[in-house]
Write a new protein. Structure first.
Length: 291
């Protein structure tokens, strides 16, 4: 792994690249750089982004930095300086070995003593047989209503926080049930998202995903897919979905920045059609992004 620590700059600080570079320091493989009192590890109090890298091209950086900014606002953390993060991303990627795909992770914690801690890491990614083989998912109750964002903003719905213990526990529950992944359902019966992914289904030829207002994380991969569908003149929309909608769909996928589109093969053991050709075209489009 490649790690750099960032000396956090105010969002509006305008300084030249030389000064910016001085505030991004190599931290070896990242071992031994964090205080045990840092509120990131101590409380999961912080935010992150995971960006897919194809060759040496980081994908949808603007969308990721915008979401990092939104997460910071929701958690009352200082707004990130985009120029500093762009330079950090470039420096981390420059250190990667020659591989097809990698992942870059941006992290900001509440730190300690009132000063946030920030770092970036880059790691080569493994292969993704799921893109062809598909995944089996289980429906799990998230226990929160679909209007949680409006009703209980302190639950931080819509922010990509470091508190992923619940998401990881849900994945372990899926594995216990012999499945690969999870589709969360709201307490009022709507399909939400995966623990690390956005759900997209195809119904009567229209691509559908739940609206971000339902308390889910707005996905950057889903946004990139929407841009592609727009370009191709293919119908797509935001709409609330029930588990029955997913079970009756022509196809369904879980979308995320590094794995990209994984077709859903079964929901709670009930098989779903997989459209191999369409999935390949979606992943080709997602892999060939230029932004
Ligand atoms: N929803 C959740 C809860 C996630 O953690 C993620 C990504 O990790 C996503 C959706 C998909 O977002 P993206 O496509 O930007 O990776």
């Amino acid at each position: 792994p490649i790690v750099f620590l960032l000396d956090v700059l105010p969002a509006d600080a305008v300084i030249d690249d030389v000064d910016l570079a001085a505030r991004i320091t190599p931290a070896g493989d990242g071992s031994g750089v964090l205080s045990v009192f840092d509120l990131g590890p101590a409380r999961g109090d912080g935010i992150f982004e995971t960006i897919g890298v194809v060759g040496r091209h980081p994908q949808s950086v603007e969308a990721h930095l915008d979401r990092l900014t939104e997460s910071a606002a929701i958690l009352d953390l200082p707004a990130p300086n985009h120029a500093q993060w762009r330079l950090a991303i470039a420096r981390a990627i420059a250190e990667l070995p020659d591989v097809d795909q990698s992942a870059v992770r941006l992290v900001v914690t509440r730190g300690s003593g009132g000063r946030p801690t920030a770092w970036i890491s880059a790691t080569p990614a493994d292969g993704f047989p799921e893109r062809e083989n598909g995944i089996e998912v289980v429906l799990l109750d998230r226990g929160l209503p679909s209007d949680v964002q409006e009703r209980s903003p302190w639950l931080l719905a819509g922010a990509k926080t470091l508190s992923y213990a619940v998401n990881m526990a849900a994945l372990r529950e899926a594995h216990r049930r012999g499945a690969d992944d999870v589709l969360f359902v709201s307490s009022d019966g709507f399909v939400l998202e995966g623990p690390t992914s956005t759900v997209v289904v195809r119904i009567d030829g229209t691509f559908v995903t739940p609206p971000p207002s339902s308390g889910i994380l707005p996905g950057t991969t889903q946004l990139a897919l929407w841009a592609h569908l727009e370009e191709q003149g293919l119908p797509h929309e935001y709409r609330m979905l029930t588990p029955e909608d997913v079970l009756d769909a022509e196809a369904a996928w879980l979308l995320s920045s590094v794995r990209l589109a994984a077709p859903v093969r079964a929901v709670d053991g009930r098989p779903l059609p997989m459209d191999a050709g369409l999935t390949a075209r979606i992943n080709d489009a997602l892999l060939s992004r230029t932004d």
